[in-house]
Ligand binder design. Structure first.
Ligand code: DGJ
Length: 759
């Protein structure tokens, strides 16, 4: 055993410490380990390491996050030694695990608090307690920090590793052990520190998901620049369409190169949120994020505590494809841990029918019966009745809040339809938007104070509705009872839970605490009602919807079964939306509907193309099947049957983009869902090309196959009953030369499904 000494400059203090060179290799197996003599912890996943150390002055710093270390001498080699220019730069630059507001720190603070004596600066130091535990199938680490001056203010940092997905979940708890109130005015979930860029000619690009209603999850890349802070955020009380709580930071050039280092993360929070990325002149990058601080406030009475939402982030050296592989798998893993249903991978997400796009509010018992009769023989497994079945709801101007089945539309209530749907062999689903109310509703007339409002300030309408205050227990309890009564009475299997406007007037009345807590209470209310309903009805499946992708975040997906990605079901738009959403949404939870949608009258999109774009995740049908011809019904039946044959690959496999969709000139795109190297489904699309000579599709190179195996290749284009080609090909040829799809070389809206099965 060799002992070596090394002086480590942590930027604000010189710490002399001793490492055992190379001798701890065994200790650096996957899992969480403490150094045998130092306050240093190693969070080791299959391909990454995250190292935390308590410096001599008590500050907790990150020593490394990136490629996996196997020996401690590796760590010595990665220690950064920034020159100490002054007192200020080092502590500002220090890679503190929890940079607070206080002291000589001048970058994004993660935590800001006002203490009982009026002091608004914190000085947190490692308190000497660390706990490594294994529960919920994960490995966890808790590290205690105390304020050096007011030692009864305790902060416990929580870490949990997802070993196979190279992801760390972080949050923390603030405990007030002081005599008076502590007011939190900012409580982000974590700060993440990236190592310096690899070389002088390289830089980093920030990948974010921008958007708006019906154009969600647009992948945007921004080059990081020294001295610039980038912010992505939602201040609307929901995670929102305009930007999604996700980031990736890729080494460039060539972020899609599969050997590129990429850091990526997502916030598990369904309310207002913020992620900032700051770069300094030396290329040091800090990411911080959590609940948006704009109007955040939380008061801790003596003895109380507050825990932040989780910020999950990971590392991959396999480029954006590696990030796309890991975050969806992680989200699925947490879903399986949390959900009472759908733990088993061989319980597939159902093919659903929803008539919203076909008939909107024009719901009647007869029409829904007719649609159900048409849907069942197609192979539909879940029939969902959308908005318009309750109260005086015939448009979006009235009735929201009155959760009584409309007896004009459904004279016998919802049960006869649900029974009929069940008799046809399908599950029955119902739409709710329980956090909202139309002013023109009995509920609002009776309880105008149940909404978010300020006295003397207008109650601003959006989609003619107001937001109910789910911070109020009586509101949550009332809505829970309403939903539970319907579920019981009609035998509901599935709830589509909608949320169609941003918040305003967010405060609490007659509340002896901090009224700003309302922002958090509202989100917790949403989480609570789902949890209660799932607890009471363990069979219940949940769809998280918010005018499409308004509640598309890790917090929602970890608690529900699927996400309605966008109200835009036009298939060419869907390619872009699914390209972005698939960065973190598990494929089986990312639903796509086959609809009649096209906002452009000149565009005729074949049914095959509509099905193929919807084959990428969970499959839904939203067309007016009453208007379908016999040929269309037959075609749909065969596409659904084919989807079911290959959905174990699509729903349980990893989704990657062999050709990302591009917005210039021509549009081609191709995905590959891969299941254990044995099977893959490739979906290929060609929208058009203005260039006659070069419009041909290049061979599409598959990935992740076994180069030595032979695969049976079956290709369908417009006819689900008759493949256009079938042959055998080696994995090597499929990957290194590529797959020819001559049928996609000309014409508009051409697409193909290719099934690769090991022979
Ligand atoms: C918005 C959803 O995204 C739609 O699918 C539909 O459910 C409408 N709301 C109903 O109002």
């Amino acid at each position: 055993m060799v002992l070596s000494s090394k002086a480590i400059f942590l930027g604000f203090a010189i710490v002399t410490t001793t490492f055992f060179n190379g001798c701890l290799a065994a200790g650096l197996n996957v899992g969480i380990h403490k150094h045998e003599s130092l306050d240093t912890w190693f969070l080791v996943t299959e391909r990454s390491s995250y190292v935390i150390s308590a410096a001599a002055n008590g500050y907790l710093v990150n020593m490394h996050w990136g490629r996996r270390l196997t020996h401690l001498d590796d760590l010595n080699a990665t220690v950064v030694e920034p020159p100490i220019w002054s007192q200020i730069i080092p502590v500002t630059e220090a890679r503190e695990e929890l940079p607070v507001f206080g002291g000589l720190r001048y970058r994004e603070a993660v935590l800001k608090a006002e203490l009982p004596d009026g002091v608004r600066e914190l000085n947190l130091q490692f308190a000497g307690n660390a706990n490594i535990s294994s529960d919920h199938g994960g490995t966890r680490l808790d590290l205690d920090l105390r304020d050096a001056n007011r030692t009864e203010l305790l902060v416990t940092l929580h870490y949990e590793i997802d070993v196979e997905n190279d992801i760390i979940r972080r949050s923390y708890t603030v405990r007030n052990g002081l005599d008076g109130r502590v007011n939190l005015s900012k409580a982000f979930s974590a700060a993440w520190h990236l190592p310096y860029a690899l070389g002088w000619d390289e830089h980093r690009e920030l990948v974010t998901l921008a958007g708006e209603w019906a154009q969600e999850a647009m992948v945007e890349t921004t080059r990081l620049a020294p001295g610039v802070k980038h912010t992505v955020e939602s201040t609307r009380g929901l995670s929102d369409h305009v930007s999604q709580p996700y980031f990736a930071l890729a080494q460039v050039p060539n972020a899609v190169n599969p050997s590129t280092e990429v850091y990526f993360g997502a916030l598990a929070w369904t309310g207002s949120w913020e992620i900032t990325v700051h770069t300094d002149t030396k290329g040091y990058v800090r990411v911080a994020g959590g609940i948006h601080h704009q109007d955040f406030g939380w008061t801790l009475e003596p003895g109380e505590s507050f825990t932040t939402p989780v910020f999950a982030a990971g590392f991959t050296d396999e480029g954006l494809p590696g990030a796309r592989l890991r975050m969806p798998r992680h989200a699925r893993k947490i879903q399986k841990r949390n959900l009472l249903t759908q733990k088993d991978d061989d319980v597939y997400h159902p093919v659903l029918y929803n008539s919203w796009e076909a008939v909107a509010f024009d719901l009647t018992f007869e029409k829904q019966m007719e649609l159900a009769d048409k849907a069942a023989p197609l192979g539909v497994e879940l029939f969902v009745v959308d908005d318009g079945w309750f109260g005086g709801r015939s448009s979006d101007t009235a009735g929201l809040g009155d959760w009584f089945t409309n007896k004009t539309k459904f004279p016998g209530g919802m049960k006869p339809l649900a029974d009929h749907v069940h008799d046809l062999g399908m599950k029955f689903g119902l739409w709710f938007e329980m956090e909202m109310v139309n002013p023109d509703s009995d509920l609002y007339r009776e309880h105008p104070d149940w909404v978010f409002y300020y006295e003397g300030v207008p109650r601003y309408l959006s989609r003619t509705q107001l937001v109910l205050n789910f911070g109020l227990k009586e509101v949550r309890d009332y809505m829970y009872e309403q939903a539970a009564a319907h579920i019981e009475e009609a035998g509901i299997d599935y709830i589509k839970w909608d949320f169609n406007r941003p918040m305003q007037g967010v405060t609490m009345h007659d509340y002896d605490r901090n009224p700003k807590e309302a922002w958090v209470l509202a989100v917790e209310g949403y989480y609570e009602i789902i949890a209660r309903l799932k607890e009471r009805f363990p069979h219940l499946w949940f769809e998280s919807c918010s005018s499409g992708g308004g509640r598309m975040d890790l917090g929602a997906i970890e608690r529900t079964d699927q996400i309605w990605t966008s109200d835009n079901t036009r298939p060419d738009a869907r390619l872009f939306i699914q390209y972005g959403a698939s960065l973190w949404v598990p494929p089986r939870s990312m639903y796509g509907w086959v609809t009649d949608s096209s906002s452009d009258a000149n565009i005729e999109v074949p049914l095959s193309f509509r099905f193929h774009t919807s084959f990428m995740g969970g499959l839904g049908i939203g067309s007016n099947i009453n208007e379908f011809s016999e040929e269309q019904l037959t075609e749909a039946t065969h596409w659904i049957a084919l989807y079911k044959k290959m959905r174990h690959v699509i729903q349980n496999g990893n989704l990657d983009w062999l050709v990302p969709p591009t917005r210039v000139g021509e549009l081609v795109a191709a995905t590959q869902s891969t299941y254990k190297q044995e099977e893959a489904v490739i979906l290929a699309f060609r929208l058009n090309s203005p260039y006659p000579a070069s419009g041909e599709l290049s061979p599409i190179r598959a990935r992740y196959l076994d180069e030595n195996a032979t695969y049976r290749v079956t290709i369908w284009q417009e006819d689900p009953e008759n493949p256009v080609d079938e042959y055998e090909m080696s994995g090597a040829l499929l990957m290194y030369r590529g797959l020819e799809l001559p049928g996609l070389n000309e014409g508009m809206f051409k697409s193909a499904v290719v099934w690769l099965q090991q022979a």
